[in-house]
Design a protein around this ligand. Structure first.
Ligand code: B12
Length: 216
């Protein structure tokens, strides 16, 4: 039964059917399937879509439809995860870097962080380094998280570290990076403190960065 509901969700995403995807995610929740399992299904569908696009089997219209369907499904799950959170473990601001509009992975990361007890402020997409710095000044988060999904937009990651440095805020926060174009090897280059390969790792790394902050 559970498998069937998640299969329906995968099918709706692959068909690019936004309404059906949202409905399937809602249906899975009402069957008692965990939000984490639903988000995993959405991630797997995202990777399938990525392969079809990269292989030239899918073009931009299909890609857009699939992306919208994924977004609609994530939207159903987020309130569920937020409900589960009790006492905030810490505050995280997160955004997709300047020039980059990819957001599905980030939204999944936000949902998992909220579900694990963090207060998350999502700054959205195409966020400049100065906007990151000004939000740090306003909200005093523990962690600044930034995602980049295109090779060319990775250049904005070190700019965030530089903007925080220039504003005298770098030592107050931990800097976490991720996204399809980011790898562990970029941590030093980006002036970051940690990297997460996927949403589950984003939570693990955030937890260990919080421990570092508490110890300092
Ligand atoms: C969907 C998609 C789009 C959608 C985005 C819709 C949206 N609202 O987000 C649309 C159609 C708009 C789009 C546009 C473009 N795209 Co696009 N897109 C994709 C695609 C197929 C899937 C991305 C996705 O959602 N994956 C599913 C999620 C769940 O996975 P994820 O993003 O990797 O996120 C996980 C991890 O990375 C991690 N994570 C994510 N964020 C963060 C943040 C932190 C802090 C941490 C710790 C972890 C973390 O956790 C997530 C969950 O496990 C990828 C292909 C791919 N293989 O990634 C291309 C891809 C990223 N796009 C690409 C390109 C080139 C573009 C365009 C330039 C295309 C064009 N010619 O117009 C434009 C860019 C426009 C712009 N300026 O940003 C390239 C980038 C190539 C490169 N390496 O430079 C890719 C790799 C496809 C390709 N091979 O050509 N795209």
């Amino acid at each position: 039964m559970d498998g069937l509901a998640l299969e329906e969700l995968n099918k709706a995403i692959m068909e690019g059917n936004e309404d059906l995807a949202a409905q399937a995610a809602g249906n899975a929740l009402s069957l008692g399937i965990t939000a984490e399992a639903i988000l995993r299904t959405i991630s797997v569908a995202g990777n399938e879509i990525g392969k079809l696009f990269e292989g030239g089997d899918w073009f931009l219209p299909e890609l857009f439809a699939g992306a919208e369907a994924m977004n609609a499904a994530v939207g159903k799950v987020v309130p569920e995860l937020e409900k589960a959170a009790i006492q905030p473990k810490g505050t995280i601001i997160i955004g997709t870097v300047e020039g980059d509009v990819h957001e599905i992975g980030k939204r999944i990361v936000c949902a998992m962080l909220s579900g694990s007890g963090y207060r998350v402020h999502d700054l959205g997409i195409d966020v400049t380094a100065e906007q990151f710095a000004s939000k740090v000044r306003e909200l005093h988060p523990d962690i600044v998280a930034a995602s980049a999904y295109i090779t060319t937009t990775c250049q904005y990651l070190p700019e965030i570290a530089r903007a925080l440095e220039a504003a005298g805020l770098r030592q107050d926060v931990k800097f976490l990076i991720g996204g399809a174009a980011v790898s562990r090897g970029l941590i030093g280059w980006a002036g970051a403190d940690g990297f997460g390969e996927n949403a589950a790792q984003a939570v693990d790394v955030a937890n260990s960065l919080m421990k570092d902050l508490e110890g300092s």
